[in-house]
Design a protein around this ligand. Structure first.
Ligand SMILES: [Zn+2]
Length: 192
């Protein structure tokens, strides 16, 4: 990979630490009216700042759902806090990739422990109630904005319906471990 300069500031997200359900950096807003639970998640990878900029802006704009439930979250905050512009790739994670641990077996497996597993286990009760997940990542190389929709028709359909970014990649899961995007119902074609 060729080196690339960091030309933007990383936002201070400390103001969002006290989460709504006792989970730091995870805030759920219930409209009181029936509807889906939508989650916009940033910092699955600690060095991918675009999501942190977006979610921080949504907080400051006081975005609230008119129906259903909205969760705004920053996932791997410990990795984000270690960000060093001189070594931007070093803060992708602390111990292991947060985006490779998302099976019930891995999360339940008491013999395994890492900074990322502790965070995933803390966030799991909320994730378990989410219907629609938008997980924001940054590209590490020059690229057009795109949606990585996964292999399922429902993900591809939703991506197309969103319309932006227009480029939709339909990929299989990651061989090294399941992504949050493919966890449980998200990766089940029969789940809405
Ligand atoms: Zn990423």
């Amino acid at each position: 990979m060729s080196a690339y300069p960091i030309e933007i500031a990383f936002p201070d997200i400390a103001a969002h630490e006290s989460g709504s359900a006792g989970i730091p950096y995870v805030h759920t807003f219930d409209s009181g009216i029936e509807g889906p639970h939508v989650m916009i998640n940033a910092l699955t990878h600690g060095n991918e700042v675009c999501g942190a900029i977006v979610v921080d802006a949504l907080f400051r704009a006081n975005l609230r759902p008119r129906r259903g439930t909205l969760t705004l979250a920053f996932a791997n905050v410990d990795a984000y806090r270690s960000f060093d512009a001189g070594k931007p790739d070093a803060s992708r994670f602390v111990d292991q990739d947060f985006n490779r641990v998302w099976t019930a077996k891995t999360l339940d497996g008491a013999s395994r422990d890492s900074s990322e597993l502790r965070r995933a286990r803390a966030m799991r009760p909320v994730i378990d109630t989410v219907d629609l997940l938008l997980d924001l990542h940054s590209m590490h190389e020059k690229s057009k904005p795109l949606i990585v929709a996964g292999p399922l028709e429902k993900g591809i359909e939703l991506s197309a319906r969103l319309g932006a970014p227009a480029t939709v990649i339909c990929d299989e899961g990651h061989p090294e471990g399941r992504r949050i995007r493919d966890y449980e119902g998200f990766g089940d074609p029969s789940s809405r």
